[in-house]
Design a protein around this ligand. Sequence first.
Ligand SMILES: Cc1ncc(COP(=O)(O)O)c(C=O)c1O
Length: 291
Amino acid sequence: MAGVIPFDDRDGFIWFDGKLIPWRDAKVHVLTHGLHYGSSVFEGERVYGGTVFKLAEHSERLVRSGEILGMTVPYSADEINAATNETIKANNIVDGYVRPIAWRGSEMMGVAAQANRIHLAIACWVWPSYWSPEARMRGIRLNISDWRRPHPQTAPTASKAAGLYMICTMSKHKAEAAGYEDSLMLDYRGQVAEATGANIFFVFDGELHTPTPDCFLDGITRRTVIDIAKKRGLKVVERAIMPEELSKASECFLTGTAAEVTPVREIGPYSFTPGEISKALISDYDTLVRS
Ligand SMILES: Cc1ncc(COP(=O)(O)O)c(C=O)c1O
């Protein structure tokens, strides 16, 4: 794409296995287990005014995601917090995004990789919040994906594991090719699950309803928005939601580190009108991340 600087050819520093190195030197060999077998876990974090929102929760989730895959990240959550702050400082990031990633290295190249070293890198880049609340309130359009979030015994669904994003990329590509911004993924039971990189909420009769996160990520933003909504006196219901019910929902929005709170105006045949509840939660979330 014209005008986009590729991510492997930028100025700055990346924290790589314990130290900051020049951005362009942060490379892995082509014979890396993480690349061949999907043995990697990552995080997506947002920096607001020089501070990572909920950094400790993200670092803890990274360590936990690794544990679920049998990978012991060789740094504690506290050490990852310190390394993250060091990386943000070295790159002078005020409003940006952080991408820590842990992966199995190159010592063994079969399915079994018992001896492989676990690596950790942390990169960050400038990424301001582009959307004004007014622009957000127009809402985005989603199709319904052909791909379904798998059963927890089919994939390590509680881990933010790279391999779980294979069907997200496929879903999002198909949605974008058809003119949608994102895709709603159902789960293996046909229940509403989440978007390709964000959780989902609906307003039914003035109450906030969101799917129970039993086969997809219980997002940090999701939990934050539930807290904010409860503080506003809203009733929050976590339950199984079937797609047919969406005709009765008045508002819908996505939550995620990248999405923040993003209203949705259409999901396939279902329409919503971004309204007062979405607006209030966008505003409360914005205040909280900058406080
Ligand atoms: C598939 C998926 N679901 C949900 C989320 C939301 O999680 P969080 O709010 O912790 O960013 C993300 C983003 O990380 C995601 O990639």
